[in-house]
Write a protein that binds this ligand. Sequence first.
Ligand SMILES: Cc1ncc(COP(=O)(O)O)c(C=O)c1O
Length: 375
Amino acid sequence: MDYFAERIKSIRKSDIRKIFDSAPSGSINLGLGEIQFPTPKIITGYAKEVIDKGNIPYTPNAGLIELRKKVADYYHTEFCDNVCITVGAEEALFTTLFCYLNPDDEVMLANPTFLAYKTIIEMVGGKPVYFDLDPDNNFKLIRNSFIKSITSRTKMIILNNPSNPLGICFDADETDFIIKICKEKNILILVDEVYRELFLEKRPKSFMEFDGDIIVVSSLSKSHCMTGWRLGWAVSPKKELIEPIINIHQFVCTCAPFISQKAAIKALSEEGVAEKEKIRKKLVSNRKSAVEFIEKNIPDAKILSNSSSPYLFINFCIDDILLTNDLLKEGLIVIPGSAFGSNGKNWIRISYAVEKNILIKGLEVIRNRLYREKL
Ligand SMILES: Cc1ncc(COP(=O)(O)O)c(C=O)c1O
């Protein structure tokens, strides 16, 4: 007996999930794409007040108008009709792809990039097609490869800016190039900006600032340590690109949870933004400690120079799968770069979004493993 739909048969557990599942209990976790700090108290406190009032209703499908206005303000646009509040960025991605992909439509993805894009594209019947970022040149866009990945079936491109796992953004030339080509070829641009607020020095430009057929998704998961609240959005300079998303979102989940939407209004207030800044600065300080440790203790390691938290992408000059498996046995979880695409081979993604003492303990496990290797 087999009740499963054909479309889910090829969907497998992600490599990252397999690593977590095989980790010994009590492992140090530098693998999670989650900022492992608590949600700021002003947000949880406000949510408690909302709960105590007792009335927890549905909201309009696209979200509370006050929150949509706040999100519109964040992008310096006055149009709250261009915003759909979603259940995290993940639902925004799913709903957008569901709205725009026909069977066999092709979607361009960077190699390497965030794993979930491929799976969601396949879930809705589309086909991922990869273009290369150059591991030998700070993962810069290889323009030839970009052009070659475009076919008559290309419908969309998904960019992750800043990137998971790289922590880099496309520079101004690369961005202009991508937008120009996509305009010429009628390719819809979907940009995932969930890491935008975790910049090291300068907040990157949002793609909302550019002209074109562009949809941006983002969330409060990373910026405000609110992963479990499941609060994100899809937004576009063009209202007509968001309208079908609001329509489908209604049938996926009706609306994002009321309590989370209220909490999000607090998160996007002046006080909430100040809390977000504290999180960002804590990450910058963690990063500094991690880089100092590695430079001092593992001088052969090549750390990718990037501009956003919470990941270091590091080449330890050793096979990434071998190293990850060895570290797992020693009770440390990190993610092999090749899990994100073949160009990530021999790189390791390390999250430094944990308390500093845990971070250093984790890095000591790596140093000890590599030091043993060299004896
Ligand atoms: C690039 C990227 N996009 C989206 C998500 C999911 O974000 P959310 O919690 O808002 O669904 C993640 C989570 O790790 C991510 O790394």
